[in-house]
Design a protein. Structure first.
Length: 172
């Protein structure tokens, strides 16, 4: 496995050919760069979203080039604060071109969800997201092992089929 961190991780989103799919399976993330924006949300205060702009630019760049960026979030219902905040922030991602779906955890029964989040690029390589115990994002650990890729492709298909598109999810 290779570890991609910093600019090398960002370059994954500049170099994929067709599709980038992200599966998120945690209800909460403790990343330091999100702590203040989450706090503002919980206090009902405005956020300028400066912290999120580099990601939005990567998504816009990819989708303008005709590549697809998708994300499915497996969430517990009732939602925790982080999920409620994620529902609000998702609007920015969608405006940038990302397709986001939500899967209530109780609807994921029978899907062998991995314990870790991953990115699946072009159905050919998997990059597991790696976090320090403190919650700090470290980067992504890449594999092209065909068995792991196939398992992640299967999970992707099952989750995507059951997941609810963002607009329909927030409408309920």
């Amino acid at each position: 496995m290779r570890l991609f961190a910093g600019d090398a991780f960002d370059d994954l989103f500049r170099t994929f050919s067709r599709t980038a799919f992200h599966l998120e399976v945690q209800d909460t993330y403790e990343t330091p760069e999100e702590s203040e924006p989450l706090k503002l949300f919980l206090e009902g205060k405005p956020d300028d979203f400066d912290w999120h702009q580099s990601w939005l630019r990567l998504v816009e760049e990819a989708t303008r080039a005709g590549r697809r960026v998708t994300r499915a979030r497996v969430v517990t219902v009732p939602h925790v604060d982080y999920t409620r905040w994620g529902l609000a922030v998702a609007e920015l991602n969608i405006a940038a071109g990302e397709d986001i779906r939500w899967l209530p955890r109780h609807h994921a029964e029978g899907i062998e969800l991995p314990p870790d989040d991953f990115w699946l690029f072009d159905d050919e390589r998997v990059v597991f997201t790696v976090f320090e115990p403190s919650g700090q994002f470290v980067g992504g650990a890449e594999t092209t092992d065909r068995h792991i890729v196939e398992r992640c492709r299967s999970v992707h298909q099952q989750v995507w089929q059951r997941a609810v598109p963002h607009a329909a999810y927030v409408a309920t």
